[in-house]
Design a protein around this ligand. Structure first.
Ligand code: DGJ
Length: 577
């Protein structure tokens, strides 16, 4: 008995031990697996809050996107792409934003061909560059022209948006399950393929989901499905944004729309946001954002790169429906963020002149700033520096970058050359709030206020900044790439720059068309230039060239950056009395 007891006791203890052992092993294994997963996730390109800003981390280091977006059809064949990457390399572009086209990836339903995608990746690798891929899926500039033929031709399975009069618009409805399933499956296949082809190389840093989404020429879909959705209650995730208190979380525009509709905390879309175009646009934004969130979720389940959407900004004074409505516009940021938590960023395409105002509107807590499209005008150089230094952007990227012809002398190319070399310092000082962007004030209509600005440089100094705006450069309409006729033939002087505050009495200055005069914050003191070192680009590298003094600094009093080419100065200041 006893022995049996002991035996069984021994057995049960052994069984117990082995159960503990296997539990311990499985916990250890799962901890190892979790740790491995965490390491793998940390090694993917990702966004990370760093001091004052959010930065893009690539291969464990902060990365600055000196970007350029390709024209829409440039990545549609190897022939069209031939020679482009080496040219962009000479412009010091380090990241190319390239479309990938649903219609060419999935010509036949369920059969994927990633040959063209691989070709773009190979080209980038050969030139030592990175990529951001733009998913031209269900929507590109509002319409659905990049959907494959089998989608375009099947209106029943993939319904279009309907206008009030019942006629169709060439916009796939975001309320169609089959469209979402097909678009999402293709996007998931793309991300699966990117993991296989590029998961260990990280040539592809981020992915843009769809392109410039927006409803036009009416603020919402009028199909029976949309009518039914409009009558349903506003989802709690969105309502919570209005009721959780603290105005900061919500844009003033959106709060105003809600308040003018009666500030109700529950009800149908019409009840809460009103039976008008303003209210309808909120409904449209929610549906687009929910759809995109699902596409992004499916993609991230395969390969979790950072994902974002880009926004076609609207002109002042237009009503919803008159511009592509419901996209991630400044007044709809809260709707998008409530509906699409899978998106890492909402990003403005800034083709308007009021670059500073527009980028400011996307500097909301939790949204890293990235400018995926901008005018490829002479102001691109100053705008790039302003975005990065003043607005803490992770990067900047003018549209149709390959159309630049004056590669060796181009102002943006020179700027990118300087910024590429300074990138580690820029990122370090950006995170510490020690970068300043210099730009004259410009209005939406191109009006220019180039009066001098006084800016603080740390505790001890102020700088009086004069812009060479008085002497406007020659107007070259061909350089304005905006599709907006109002923008054509307009130009602004390219003067602008950036400052890295490298110490209490020193800074690095990059820019063009500026005169800068230091002053002491302490009224009892005077400020002067202790020494000024000029750096220039030689053999593709910025290096020290001259000590500037005498006439070149107005006898130790002023810094000059000439118009027309990028200069870099390392400056030390001092005080005397
Ligand atoms: C914005 C779009 O996102 C781009 O694809 C391109 O069509 C430009 N507009 C053209 O200005």
């Amino acid at each position: 008995m006893r022995s049996r007891f002991f035996q069984s006791d021994w057995r049960s203890r052994a069984a117990c031990r082995s159960a503990w052992l296997s539990l311990f092993l499985s916990l250890a294994l799962s901890a190892t697996a979790n740790a491995a997963e965490a390491t793998a996730a940390a090694s993917l390109p990702h966004l990370q809050r760093s001091g004052d800003v959010t930065q893009l981390i690539v291969d464990q280091r902060p990365f600055l996107i000196l970007g350029g977006e390709l024209g829409n059809s440039t990545a549609s064949s190897p022939e069209a792409l031939s020679g482009i990457f080496p040219k962009l390399r000479r412009l010091h572009v380090n990241t190319v934003l390239s479309p990938v086209y649903w219609e060419l990836i999935e010509r036949e339903e369920g059969k994927f061909d990633f040959g063209l995608v691989d070709h773009v990746i190979d080209e980038a690798r050969t030139s030592g560059m990175r990529l951001v891929l733009l998913w031209f899926g269900a929507w590109k500039n509002s319409v659905s022209s990049y959907a494959p033929a089998w989608v375009k031709l099947d209106c029943k399975r993939f319904p279009r948006v309907l206008k009030r009069d019942g006629s169709a618009v060439d916009i796939l409805s975001p309320l169609a399950d089959e469209t979402l399933a097909a678009d999402g499956a293709a996007f998931a296949a793309l991300m699966r393929h990117l993991l296989e082809y590029d998961g260990d190389r990280h040539t592809v840093l981020m992915v843009q989901v769809e392109n410039e989404i927006g409803m036009i020429p009416e603020a919402r879909d009028h199909s029976p499905t949309a009518d039914a959705a409009l009558a349903r209650p506003v989802p709690k995730e969105l309502m919570d944004r209005f009721t959780r208190g603290g105005d900061d979380a919500l844009s003033r525009d959106l709060r105003d729309r809600w308040q003018s509709a009666g500030a109700k905390t529950s009800g149908s879309w019409v009840e809460v946001f009103g039976a008008n175009a303003d209210g309808e646009e909120v409904f449209t934004a929610w549906n687009f954002a929910k759809y995109v969130n699902d596409v992004a979720r499916r993609g991230k389940a395969e390969y979790a790169l950072p994902m974002y959407v880009n926004c076609a900004l609207n002109r002042p004074g237009r009503a919803p429906g008159q511009y592509p409505s419901g996209g991630p516009l400044p007044h709809l940021i809260d709707v998008w963020r409530a509906a699409a938590p899978q998106l890492d960023m909402l990003s403005p395409d800034v083709y308007f002149f009021n670059f500073a105002d527009m980028t400011e509107r996307y500097r909301v807590p939790g949204n890293a700033l990235f400018v995926p499209e901008a005018m490829r005008s002479p102001r691109a150089s100053a705008n790039a520096m302003y975005a990065i230094a003043q607005q803490g952007a992770i990067g900047f990227s003018p549209f149709a970058i390959e159309a630049i012809d004056d590669v060796e002398t181009n102002l943006l190319g020179q700027t990118y050359g300087a910024l590429a070399q300074l990138a580690p310092q820029i990122l370090e000082h950006q995170a510490r709030g020690e970068t300043i962007g210099l730009s004259p004030k410009t209005g939406y209509d191109g009006s220019l206020d180039d009066s001098p600005q006084t800016i603080a440089l740390g505790e001890k100094y102020t700088l009086r900044v004069h812009f060479a705006g008085g002497k406007r450069g020659p107007i070259d309409p061909a350089e304005i790439t905006s599709g907006d006729p109002a923008m054509r033939g307009r130009n602004l002087p390219p003067s602008g720059g950036m400052i890295l505050r490298t110490g209490p009495d020193e800074f690095t200055l990059v820019g063009n068309g500026l005169t800068i005069i230091p002053d002491a914050t302490d009224r009892a003191m005077q400020a002067g230039l202790l020494d000024v070192e000029e750096w220039t680009a030689r053999d593709g590298k910025w290096q020290p060239r001259r000590w500037l003094n005498g006439d070149q600094t107005n006898q130790g009093r002023e810094l000059f950056l000439p118009m027309g080419s990028i200069a870099m100065l390392r400056v030390r200041l001092y005080q005397y009395h």
